[in-house]
Design a protein around this ligand. Structure first.
Ligand SMILES: [Zn+2]
Length: 243
């Protein structure tokens, strides 16, 4: 696996999160490295994040969504991405696979209009969460031609099957070592208090496991660049239609 040099990623770089926290867990150190280098980095939040604690009375969906948006912006600020470099789509958490790419495409293009991406960081196409996979499909249908795409992994190590990892002819694997960014990455993850035990009145609610957070902070971050990245949208949709 080759080491990723952040100086080789053309800007503007957009980091796309299906849910608040994916960016911090999956590629927080890379984001910190890019902003430290002075790269033009932007962030897009795709879902409203309202589904992590469906049984909480203290945090009904609208309050939870507002909290998670503020956590996302606080975590990004730790990584050097200011609030004015953020965009949100507010699509329904847990139901991104029911969103029509043709309907979402103009909204994505509008979100990107101020700084069209030359590099997109997305959860890997088979990162094992339905929203993460749907996010890939939505973004690949809307990305500008020639835009470089790297899929970061969030749940691949914990939940992935061997088939979820890309074979050598599908994507080029990259590793990004955490290095001196561990403290910033850790603070960015810690900003997501709602996912770390803050909400106490929903026993079925989601909580990030300590071991998962520790692995994410330890690194390395793993990214996969589809071999057709930079190719035409047509060739990509053909591959996305494959089983
Ligand atoms: Zn997620």
């Amino acid at each position: 696996m080759k080491l990723l040099d952040p100086r080789t990623l053309p800007g503007p770089v957009w980091v796309v999160s299906p849910h608040p926290d994916d960016e911090a867990l999956g590629c927080g150190a890379l984001i910190a490295a890019l902003t430290t280098l002075g790269q033009d980095v932007w962030a897009l939040l795709v879902s409203d994040g309202a589904a992590s604690h469906p049984g909480s009375r203290a945090f009904p969906p609208s309050r939870l969504s507002a909290l998670r948006l503020s956590e996302w912006r606080a975590g990004l600020a730790e990584l050097g991405v200011p609030p004015e470099h953020t965009q949100t789509l507010n699509l329904p958490d847990g139901a991104l696979d029911r969103c029509d790419p043709a309907v979402i495409r103009p909204r994505l293009q509008a979100a990107f209009a101020g700084a069209p991406p030359r590099t997109l960081l997305l959860p890997w196409r088979r990162d094992p969460h339905p929203d993460h996979r749907a996010c890939w499909t939505l973004l690949m249908a809307a990305r500008p031609a020639g835009c470089r795409v790297l899929g970061y992994s969030v749940w691949l190590t914990e939940r992935g099957t061997p088939d979820d990892w890309p074979p050598a002819d599908e994507a080029r694997p990259w590793a990004f070592e955490i290095g001196g960014a561990a403290a910033r990455k850790s603070r960015a993850i810690s900003a997501h208090a709602s996912q770390l035990g803050l909400i106490q009145d929903d026993p079925g609610g989601f909580t990030l496991a300590e071991a998962m957070v520790a692995r994410a902070v330890r690194g390395p971050e793993r990214l996969f660049e589809p071999l057709e990245s930079g190719g035409t949208a047509e060739s990509l949709s053909r591959q996305d239609g494959a089983p």
